[in-house]
Every structure is written in C-alpha cells, then in structure tokens.
Design a protein around this ligand. Sequence first.
Ligand SMILES: [Zn+2]
Ligand SMILES: [Zn+2]
Length: 134
Amino acid sequence: MASTSRASAHRIGSLLFCPACGTLLDLPKDDEDEIACAQCGRLEPSSSYENLPTKTYSSPTAFPSALRSKRALVQDQLTDGERAKEKDPVAQEKCQKCGNIGLSYKVMQLRSADEGSTVFYKCLKCGDQTSVNN
Ligand SMILES: [Zn+2]
Ligand SMILES: [Zn+2]
C-alpha cells in the first residue's frame, strides 16, 4: 500500500526540508499537527517527524555525535538511490558554529532539474548542518 515515492518532506538526519522549495522546516509544536513551510506555506504533517532518528532535542546543537548522525544521514539517503554506496566527500570549509575545518557534503537534486540543486553541508565535528541552493 505505501509507496516510497510519495511527496513528503526530505529528511536529512533529524531535519526535514520542504519538498516544494527545499526550506528547512521548523519542529512542530505540541499542539500542532501540521508545520507550515516558512518559505512557500506548504503544510507538512507533523507526523513526518515521528519516525526520525532523533526526535527529542531542545537546541540545534544537541545533535548526536557527528559519526552517528552521519550514519543515519547516509541511511536516509540510501532510499534515494544514486550516491548511496559512496562515502560523503569532505569539503575544506569552515563550520560556522564551531570553526572546525572539514564539512561533509552532498548534492541533492530537488524535484525538477531546472531548479538547480541543493548542497547540504554537515560539520564532522559538531554535526551542524547547513544547506546552500545553487
Ligand atoms: Zn516550502
Ligand atoms: Zn562544527
């Protein structure tokens, strides 16, 4: 019954990104069952958060160790096929949060090819994640 190609939010580790515009979605509040995309207003059911690898953290810095969340990240990407078996490349970029040099990155093609791609960076030290639209 369930299809793997339904249009739900893109999951990167414990983060969800709007499938329509690629914006990072907020965490749902206790009394909300939908999260509205700040960019395009698309509604994502907060149930999308329920099976995330880490659902209880109170601050953006409270990610699990970089290695563990990197593993979760790779497993999430497995469903997307392509780059799955490869190890993430590492860019000699500086983390905005902790100043560490060395961010693993991956390029993700969002829905349509003519909208360009999004590069997701992840700090190998503190796990801080950022995305850049090309
Ligand atoms: Zn959006
Ligand atoms: Zn960092």
